[in-house]
Write a protein that binds this ligand. Structure first.
Ligand code: HEC
Length: 212
C-alpha cells in the first residue's frame, strides 16, 4: 500500500536549528547528498547507518508496492484507497519496530496532511527537485545528517506509471471524488512520470552509551 504513516518526532527546536544552520554554512559535507562523490566520505559509523536506512527503505518499498498491487487487483483502485489507511501504518510500524528505527514517507505536495515534512525534509526535497531539474537522476538521490547522535536519512521517491492512476493529471472522476472525500486538502495530483513524488524518511535514534 502506498499510503502513509508518519510520526517522526520533531526533535529540534528552532534556535538549535538556526545555530546549526549557521555553523554548517559553507560545509556542504555536514548536510550532504549521501551518494554525491563531492561529499566528504562518511565515517564507518555513519556509513553503517546509511546501509541500515537503505535496507529498511528497500523492505518498506517492496512491502508497500506488493500491498498496493494486491489491493488494486482484488478491490480496484477505489478499494485500494480505503485499504491504504489501514495497512500502510501497520507496515511502517511493524518495520520500524523490527529494524529499531522510524520509517515514513513525506512529500512537498501532500495527499495526507499527516505526512507533512519537517524543515529538514522540506529543504532536502527542494534540493532534490532542483538537482533533478538540472538533469541528475532521482533514483539514487538521497541526503543524510547526523546530529547529536541522531541519524536521519531521506531518499527521493520518483513517480512511476502506476502512481499516475492516483497521483497523475487525469485521475478518473469517480476515483478523484473518492480521494477528495477522504483527503479534502489533497495536493498530490498532477504529477508526471519521472517527477519527484516525495521521499522515504528514516530516523535512527542515538546509540546507547555502551555502543558509542
Ligand atoms: C490506489 C491509489 C494510489 C496509487 C496507485 C498510489 N498512491 Fe500514493 N497515495 C495514495 C493515498 C490514498 C495516499 C494518502 C495515504 C495516507 O493517508 O497516508 C497516498 C500517499 C502517498 C505518499 C505520502 C505523501 C502524501 O502525499 O501524503 C507518497 C510519497 C506516495 N503516495 C507515493 C506514491 C507512489 C510513488 C506511487 C506509485 C508507486 C503511489 N503513491 C501510488 C494513493 C495512491
Amino acid at each position: 500500500m502506498m499510503c502513509h504513516f508518519t510520526s517522526l518526532k520533531r526533535r529540534m527546536n528552532l534556535p538549535v536549528m538556526m545555530a546549526l544552520l549557521f555553523v554548517l554554512t559553507g560545509q556542504p559535507s555536514a548536510v550532504s547528498a549521501a551518494e554525491k562523490t563531492s561529499a566528504a566520505k562518511p565515517t564507518p559509523e555513519v556509513a553503517a547507518k546509511i546501509e541500515r536506512a537503505k535496507a529498511a527503505i528497500g523492505t518498506f518499498k517492496t512491502a508497500l508496492q506488493s500491498a498496493l498491487k494486491t489491493a488494486i487487483k482484488e478491490q480496484g483502485l477505489e478499494g485500494a484507497i480505503s485499504v491504504c489507511n489501514v495497512k500502510a501504518p501497520a507496515i511502517a510500524a511493524e518495520l520500524s519496530q523490527q529494524k529499531d528505527l522510524k520509517i515514513s514517507r513525506t512529500a512537498l505536495r501532500l495527499r495526507n496532511p499527516a505526512n507533512k515534512a519537517d524543515d529538514w525534509e522540506e529543504e532536502m526535497m527542494a534540493q532534490f527537485k532542483a538537482r533533478h531539474k538540472k538533469g541528475e537522476p532521482l533514483t539514487p538521490m538521497a541526503a543524510y545528517k547526523m546530529e547529536e547522535g541522531e541519524f536521519r536519512f531521506l531518499k527521493a521517491i520518483p513517480t512511476s506509471g502506476l502512481c499516475l492512476k492516483c497521483h497523475g493529471s487525469s485521475v478518473k472522476p469517480a476515483l478523484l471524488t473518492k480521494i477528495k472525500s477522504l483527503y479534502p486538502m489533497d495536493e498530490a495530483t498532477g504529477f508526471l512520470a519521472g517527477d519527484l513524488r516525495g521521499a522515504f524518511s528514516v530516523t535512527i535514534s542515538p546509540d546507547t552509551l555502551e555502543k558509542r
